[in-house]
Design a protein around this ligand. Sequence first.
Ligand code: GLU
Length: 485
Amino acid sequence: MSNLRVRFAPSPTGAIHIGNIRTALFNYLFSRSEGATFVLRIEDTDLERSSKEFEELIFKELEWLGIEWDEGPDKPGPYGPYRQSERLEIYHKFAQKLIEEKKAYRCYCTPEELEEDRRKAVERGDIPCYSGRCRYLTKEQEEAFIREGRKPVIRFIVPDDEVVEFEDMIKGKITIKSDTLGGDMVIVKSDGMPTYNFAVVIDDALMKITHVIRGEDHIYNTPKQILIYKALGFEIPKFAHAPLILGPDRTKLSKRHGNTYIGQYRELGYLPEAMFNFLSLLSWSPEDNVEIMSKEEIIKKFNFRRIHSANPVFDIEKLNWMNQQYIQKSSVERIVDLAIPHLRRAGYIDEIDDMVYNWLKDVISLYKDGLQYVAQIAERAKMFFVEEVNYLDETIKILDSPNSKIVLEAVKKAIEEVDEVTEEYVKDLLKKLQKETKVKGKEFFLPIRVAITGEDHGPELVKIIPLLGKDKVINRLKKAISLIK
Ligand code: GLU
């Protein structure tokens, strides 16, 4: 292993978003292709919004995708603990150091005062910015505020006239003037919790992170963080801000566009390797432009220099196409296992013994290669699970011909004659009956298909009929015959 270190630092404040997963993936790919250590750090200082359940989801979804970390809350390492709520003393120590060095101070402004400042700034047409009112309080002034019962925050002094510059690995050179950063920034809130910009610097520095790879929404936090790195004499890491994922309308990917929690894709029967592959291609592409790649191939080909700075669009059609390729390559048993919960939910199956399992395997085999995601099976294979099929007006028209009646009667009679309908039997029968009825090809097959399945297309009849079984087939034929005018 090299001494390169990266981290993924999610906040457990919601069901983990696709965009965060993509950030995790880029960190992971960087770590595995460069031999870097990959740290998972939970940023749970927002006590109100953070929860253990959301934290569990982070672990669960990363594991599902095969994104393994080397150090984290569950994997002790040299720079733990890896959960921010367990590091509060560390932040306080550094905040104290900054106060002692006069690089930070306690601020007693009330929310009302700050709101009043903000309102005035907006009225003047200025960008709101902290006034610096508490920068130079005397000891006596501070004591008076404390006696009033005010609880201070700690603010970091942002210089007025500094130009902060950094070379982003994806975006190139970024230059920001310090007077646009909103004034002296809060680093510790009145409840004693550190703010994101402060805790992240302390942690990245103490955890010896060399490359900070995260979403572009943090790009304007970076200069603030750099000022804190400098004030504490920490070495500044390299930064890479990955472009945000957009929806098809080119606005930031959100719930309006569909599922944004990765678990929703898992539940619908998207395969983790398809998801991994798909997400890796949002903003990155290999030199050879091959699209279907295993995790190992992606790691081998991954090169940070090939990350594009343009915003990628989350193209569900492409994901569906890709997932279908992976479903086709999967064993039928795997797809059956993933399909079972969906069939259960639809009320189609209950107990599963060997016989049912084998039957399910045969049924699902008929649809497997056409599935874009496994949940589709419930709708596609519905006719195998329901007693009767519904005939749509469109399809029922197909039955309205004298030949249909002749064909359906003949098939019904032939099936009634045997105890068990095997594939062999159906094959011979369909051949024989075309001769006997003198109805051939489409005119022969289509009415049978419609009568038995309610649809005008689908898997081969010789496969469907034995799997449906004698009783269902006869009942459906009877009903269809009764509907012919
Ligand atoms: N907790 C932050 C987030 O989830 C981390 C950002 C960072 O990587 O610095 O957005």
